[in-house]
Design a protein. Structure first.
Length: 240
């Protein structure tokens, strides 16, 4: 499929996502359990790549996909009722939506076996408020559209006192992530570098834009594959 994203440039680009990338996202996963007991509420717009996780996470694993409408998502009262009445077990919420739901109806989170949150930096205050209602913890999902929804996931079970930021974690199955310097060499732990992601979730490139594709999808520095350059700065460590 083709998913349009503007990223940091503000210019829409058609990202070409192959079949294997979707399989890697929702089949034989190591960051969440998806099976016949899975119940996902379809919240994301079809123009947002979280939609891929929602629809195929349910349908390719024999689970249930519960459809909803915009009015349900905009009303925290209705959204909370829907999550509870349909016994939703797994899902993805953007940070703003997660924050609102946590502020108004944190009890609605208690049915989740696996709740992924992402799209922006997580708020430590909202995480602390939500965790008592999430017996399995919370998952911080990170990744560009060019690597099919999630590249890294960090499982949050608690926050240290005074902790204000949350790691993006480690690569999910069939994926790699590196923090490299301008010579494409790994930086030491704690040193700043750019993040590069690869694996079977990688897109084929940008529709009709070979120049941009060659700039953003480069030969893998360590294997005979490709990686995508994410124009972001990170400090290397066991958890990014």
């Amino acid at each position: 499929y083709i998913m349009y994203t503007s990223g940091s440039t503000g210019q829409p680009k058609g990202v070409l996502i192959p079949h294997q990338a979707v399989i890697r996202l929702v089949c034989e996963t190591d960051y969440v359990t998806l099976d016949e007991h899975t119940r996902i509420l379809q919240i994301a717009s079809f123009s947002f790549d979280a939609f891929t996780y929602e629809i195929w996470g349910a349908l390719l694993n024999g689970g249930r996909l519960i459809l909803t409408d915009r009015d349900t998502i905009l009303s925290m009262d209705t959204l909370a009722d829907t999550l509870t009445s349909y016994k939703i077990t797994t899902g993805f919420l953007t940070v703003p939506l997660f924050n609102r739901l946590t502020e108004e109806h944190p009890e609605a989170l208690s049915g989740f076996d696996a709740l992924l949150v992402g799209g922006d930096a997580l708020s430590a205050a909202h995480i602390r408020k939500a965790l008592p209602y999430l017996p399995e913890g919370l998952l911080n999902g990170y990744g560009p559209t060019e690597n099919t929804t999630f590249s890294c996931v960090h499982h949050i079970r608690s926050l240290d006192e005074g902790q204000a930021t949350v790691p993006i974690g480690q690569p999910i199955a069939y994926s790699q992530a590196y923090v490299l310097d301008d010579q494409l060499q790994p930086v030491p732990q704690g040193v700043i570098g750019e993040i590069y992601v690869g694996g079977t979730g990688l897109a084929l490139g940008y529709l009709g834009d070979e120049e941009k594709t060659s700039q953003s999808f480069i030969p893998h520095p360590f294997q005979k594959e490709r990686v995508y350059i994410k124009q972001a700065i990170w400090a290397a460590g066991s958890q990014m």
